[in-house]
Design a protein around this ligand. Structure first.
Ligand SMILES: Nc1nc2c(ncn2[C@@H]2O[C@H](COP(=O)(O)OP(=O)(O)OP(=O)(O)O)[C@@H](O)[C@H]2O)c(=O)[nH]1
Length: 289
């Protein structure tokens, strides 16, 4: 597989995030609840070293609820604050302030101890990979409450802050961290959920991954959706069955594998096979074939 992880992009993103860290009290790391591990950039652990962090499992409406709960337990066991949210509908968002206040209690208590009667609002920034829902979350929290507050020390550029009630302020520009997909399985998961462009990986390979995953984890849904009396063992036979049933054919009745791959991925992304989660905590890494 010839996936490139652009070091130039990453270095720039790292610089920008590091610069903004000086302005804030807490980081909200947005990940996709369907692939909490693959949708984060592991470098964030090196970048965000001295600020508390909350993991926000976004698009929880598209994820398998039981597995989202497993992820929440996993983070709890590791002592990492995590909340399942749906930025589009606003579900779970009210927990963000509560958790932030808990994590920053000592810092703000110290301010009060120094004689500051009404400490300022908590300042936060959102970071995450492209398409994970950063803008949706900011807009949802903002309710058009965007406040121009001008320069803050440490940056040459004026930062805009978004007021979220009285107690929270968000940087209006999120930090973008690129996904790291040197591992091909990570790449396939990102592609299946639509986090990376379809032109980056071979679409048939992505669909092979997705169909193998469905066969192993959600066989009933696969059978039901494509009306399969049983799931063929050979992946090519599975493509044939789906292509035949859905009319993805070339002239002469030959199965059009590109069209079949496209159809399957479109239906997965559109929740036609129900809500799905592609990775579990503590899961052994399985090499994609
Ligand atoms: N179902 C669902 N869709 C969501 C949710 N949050 C965001 N989306 C959708 O995901 C897509 C990407 O959301 P954006 O907010 O543009 O993501 P972003 O991280 O700002 O993307 P970039 O600007 O590329 O960095 C949009 O189509 C949103 O409508 C969610 O909680 N649930």
């Amino acid at each position: 597989m010839t996936i490139q992880w652009f070091p130039g992009h990453m270095a720039k993103a790292r610089r920008q995030v590091t610069e903004k860290l000086k302005l804030i009290d807490i980081v909200y790391e947005l990940v996709d609840a369907r692939i909490p591990q693959s949708s984060r950039n592991p470098m964030i652990d090196e970048i965000v070293t001295n600020k508390p962090r909350v993991v926000l499992l976004n698009k929880a409406d598209k994820a398998d609820k039981a597995i989202t709960n497993e992820w929440l337990r996993y983070y709890e066991e590791k002592g990492i604050a995590a909340i399942a949210i749906d930025a589009q509908s606003g579900k779970g968002l009210n927990q963000i302030l509560t958790v932030s206040k808990e994590l920053l209690k000592e810092k703000f208590d110290r301010m009060r101890a120094k004689g500051i009667k009404n400490p300022r609002a908590i300042r936060a920034m959102i970071v995450g990979i492209p398409n994970v829902g950063k803008s949706t979350l900011i807009n949802r929290l903002a309710h058009k409450n965007i406040a121009k507050t001008g320069d803050r020390p440490g940056v040459t550029q004026a930062q805009q802050w978004i007021k979220v009630g009285k107690e929270l302020e968000l940087l209006d520009t999120p930090g973008i961290l690129w996904p790291k997909f040197e591992d091909e399985l990570v790449g396939y998961k990102l592609a299946t959920t639509g986090a990376i462009k379809d032109t980056i990986l071979n679409l048939q390979d992505v669909a092979v991954y997705a169909l193998r995953f469905l066969t192993a984890s959600y066989p009933n849904r696969l059978q039901e959706r494509y009306d399969l009396p049983h799931i063929p063992e050979e992946i090519v036979d599975l493509f044939d069955e789906i292509g035949k049933r859905r009319g993805c054919l070339l002239s002469g009745g030959i199965i059009d594998y590109d069209k079949t791959a496209e159809l399957v991925l479109r239906e997965i992304r559109g929740d036609r096979l129900g809500v799905l989660t592609f990775e579990k905590p503590y899961e052994e890494k399985v090499e994609a074939e």
